[in-house]
Design a protein around this ligand. Structure first.
Ligand code: AP5
Ligand code: MG
Ligand code: ZN
Length: 213
């Protein structure tokens, strides 16, 4: 199954992906995570992406499309994949369609996690991530047992560079302007699944599970 997770920054894409990848046995491909890994390693791709990410802007389509086109040909994606944070523009979505069509593939489901803008800033500024295993927590909505320490692996928690309030506002603007039109794009194709993201994490997971059956 080829799945896309759609939704504004902080909607819960990464959080839900951690469950769906086990459920559907597909790799979780997050363009944001790939960029952050490259920034950490100091690669050319990382340097380029950082210029945009720090400002809360989208990385240029050409850079992202090339990256994903390659990633979905890896052996682990042979029987399906789950894209998180891609596509984010109509141009990216069209490029993805073209690329999949070459091998007779298509997108089967687009999960649109719908959350009101008013709660997103609190979700994002309270997010904490494990440096070691990448697990996502929240100071209020998904707290760890021991302050600053990952429940899963004992790693140290950190806050993303672009999770500052002023950058979050820019990210939300980029979403409104460039990514939101994808809801209609996939609705027209008949693959859109709307999920109410404004419930407990578990309730959201259950709704997605049901929708993907
Ligand atoms: P990316 O890393 O994809 O960030 P994003 O889209 O802004 O989304 P987030 O990761 O912030 O949110 P999420 O939906 O994953 O939420 P999460 O599960 O963590 O992209 C970063 C940057 O990279 C972009 O700004 C851009 O520059 C660049 N980029 C990436 N892809 C690109 C592309 N295709 N094209 C161009 N540029 C690209 O949850 C958030 C918090 O809320 C967590 O703390 C979590 O614990 C909590 N939470 C989750 N669910 C719930 C719930 N139901 N109730 C209460 N709290 C919850
Ligand atoms: Mg994420
Ligand atoms: Zn961890």
């Amino acid at each position: 199954m080829n799945i896309i997770l759609l939704g504004p920054p902080g909607a819960g894409k990464g959080t839900q992906a951690a469950y769906i990848k086990e459920l559907k046995k597909v790799p979780h491909i997050s363009t944001g995570d790939i960029f952050r890994q490259n920034i950490k390693e100091g690669t050319d791709l990382g340097k380029k992406a950082k210029e945009y990410m720090d400002k809360g802007l989208l990385v240029p389509d050409s850079v992202v499309v090339e990256l994903v086109e390659d990633r979905i040909t890896w052996p682990d994606a042979k029987n399906g994949f789950m894209l998180d944070g891609f596509p984010r523009t109509i141009a990216q979505a069209e490029a993805l369609d073209e690329s999949l069509a070459k091998t007779g593939k298509a997108i089967d489901a687009v999960i649109n996690i719908d959350v009101d803008f008013s709660v997103l800033t609190e979700r994002i500024t309270g997010r904490r991530i494990c440096r070691k295993c990448g697990a996502t927590f929240h100071v209020k909505f998904n707290p760890v047992k021991k302050d600053g320490i990952c429940d899963i692996c004992g790693g140290e928690l950190y806050q993303r560079d672009d999770d500052k309030e002023e950058t979050v506002i820019k990210r939300l603007n980029e979403y409104q302007e460039k990514t939101r039109p994808l809801i209609e794009f996939y609705n027209k194709k008949g693959v859109l699944i709307n999920i109410n993201g404004q419930q407990d994490i578990d309730a959201v997971t259950k709704d997605i599970e049901k929708a993907l059956k």
